[in-house]
Design a protein around this ligand. Structure first.
Ligand code: ZN
Length: 139
């Protein structure tokens, strides 16, 4: 499957409501666009204009709807968690092998799922947290 990455700096920033998710790796972008396309959602990746700050990881790409109709938006929003689940298959939870929060090392082994870490407040079952763990980043 071909992926077209728009890199024009003149392109206006995407309408926030048409942004489905963000990604850093082009392999993730490819899987997201594929996952959306098989659900009938037309989307493209554009390079993010967000400035990288020291406190937060800014993703390189925004996945935006090509035709931001209500139904396309609904399907995309309902699909995106499942698409990330497939990408993050090997990272089911942002928890270390010894049962600690990936972000702050608090012992969460005995807590029920889904788990919001009582120490740092991160939802350890969210795809954002799982992505951060896979990529060796902080949230
Ligand atoms: Zn924590």
């Amino acid at each position: 499957m071909a992926i077209f990455l728009s890199s024009s700096v003149q392109e206006p920033a995407a309408d926030p409501s048409s942004i489905i998710t963000t990604a850093n790796a082009t392999s993730d972008v490819a899987q997201i666009l594929y996952g959306l396309s098989i659900r009938g959602v037309r989307a493209k990746a554009v390079e993010s204009h967000a400035k990288r700050s020291h406190t937060k990881n800014a993703d390189r790409f925004q996945i935006v709807l090509e035709s931001p109709t209500l139904i396309q938006r609904q399907i995309a929003n309902e699909s995106i968690a499942g698409i990330w689940d497939a990408i993050l298959e090997d990272y089911q939870r942002a928890i270390t092998r010894d049962g600690c929060c990936y972000f702050c090392q608090y012992d969460v082994a005995s807590l029920p799922k889904p788990t919001t870490c009582p120490e740092c407040g991160n939802n350890l079952d969210s795809y954002a947290a799982r992505r951060a763990m896979r990529d060796g980043q902080k949230l």
